[in-house]
Each structure stands twice: as structure tokens, then as C-alpha cells.
Design a protein around this ligand. Structure first.
Ligand code: ZN
Length: 170
């Protein structure tokens, strides 16, 4: 049985809070889609690229197998660094996904089957917001899945204080 790597999981959950709250806030607000999908590609503990879903179709998306050239956040992130990461062993590469709606609620962001078909070949780990709005870490090498943060904990950390208070009394 594999030991759960607590420090690494804490690292990822803190990082996702930081990304949503500070680092990517400006870009997230600019996404014109009602569902805002964000992807972060990491090698070890370093961010290599960030991607967002867009209202556009592209030739590269068609080449990656997206029938209508849909531009998913995973694709936006990978095309910036594809040539840099192809030679990096997959256990060092992590893809982080999260999805917010316009009310800033988190939704499931496990990659779709089209994205998974190429993500599987390149990445060793996924971190993504799950069905409950919490955070899950999944190994693409062993298939193991761990919930690393509950939705309550995640919401509490990134929602403004005033929202939490109004929520408590509504
Ligand atoms: Zn996708």
C-alpha cells in the first residue's frame, strides 16, 4: 500500500487556492464563457503554463482530435509548452484543472475523454476540482485517487470574507 504524501498534497491544495484567489484571478475574470475552465501545467513544483477555455476553434485543436476544433483549457496550456515537456518523465509532470461558474462556485474539472487521450500519455498526476467542489489528486501511473481538500475548506479559503458572513446568516 502506498503511503499518502501529505506534504505534496498540502502543496497542491495551497497552490490551487493561491491560483484562484490571486495569481489567475484577472485572467479568470476575462474568460467570456459561463463555465470557466483553467489548466495549469507543472514540472515538479514549477508552473510551466496556464490555459483557459475560449470561444474559438483552432487548427491545432482539430489536429489534436477535437472534431469541431473546440478550444479546451488543457489544449491552451499544452500548446505553449508541448515541445519542452515531451522529453520529461511523466512522474514529474502534473496537470491541475479547476472550473468556476460565474458565481465562482467550483465544479468538476476532470479532463474530458478527448483531453484524456493525450494527457494520459504525457502526465503522471492530475489535480482537479471534483463533483463536490473539493480537490482530488489522481495518479495516472498507479490509478490511485485521493481527495486532498473538501469543498467547504476550499470555498472558505478563496471566497471573500464578506461572502462567507452573508452566507452564514442567509
Ligand atoms: Zn477537454
Amino acid at each position: 500500500m502506498t503511503k499518502v504524501d501529505i506534504p505534496m498534497e498540502k502543496f497542491y491544495s495551497d497552490l490551487v487556492v493561491y491560483l484562484i484567489k490571486e495569481n489567475m484571478q484577472f485572467m479568470i475574470d476575462k474568460i467570456e464563457m459561463p463555465k470557466k475552465h483553467c489548466t495549469v501545467i507543472m514540472v515538479d513544483d514549477t508552473i510551466l503554463s496556464t490555459g483557459f477555455n475560449r470561444f474559438k476553434t483552432s487548427q491545432i485543436a482539430i489536429e489534436f482530435g477535437y472534431e469541431y476544433g473546440e478550444y479546451h483549457s488543457e489544449l491552451d496550456a499544452i500548446i505553449q509548452v508541448h515541445s519542452q515537456i515531451v522529453d520529461i518523465p511523466k512522474h514529474r509532470l502534473t496537470m491541475i484543472n479547476f472550473r468556476l461558474n460565474r458565481f465562482r462556485n467550483l465544479g468538476i474539472s476532470r479532463p474530458c475523454s478527448k483531453c484524456l487521450s493525450w494527457v494520459n500519455k504525457l502526465f503522471g498526476n492530475f489535480v482537479y476540482t471534483n463533483t463536490f467542489g473539493g480537490l482530488t489528486k489522481e495518479s495516472l501511473i498507479t490509478g490511485e485517487c485521493h481527495d486532498i481538500m473538501s469543498s467547504e475548506e476550499l470555498r472558505e479559503k478563496f471566497l471573500p470574507k464578506t461572502r462567507q458572513h452573508t452566507h452564514a446568516f442567509s
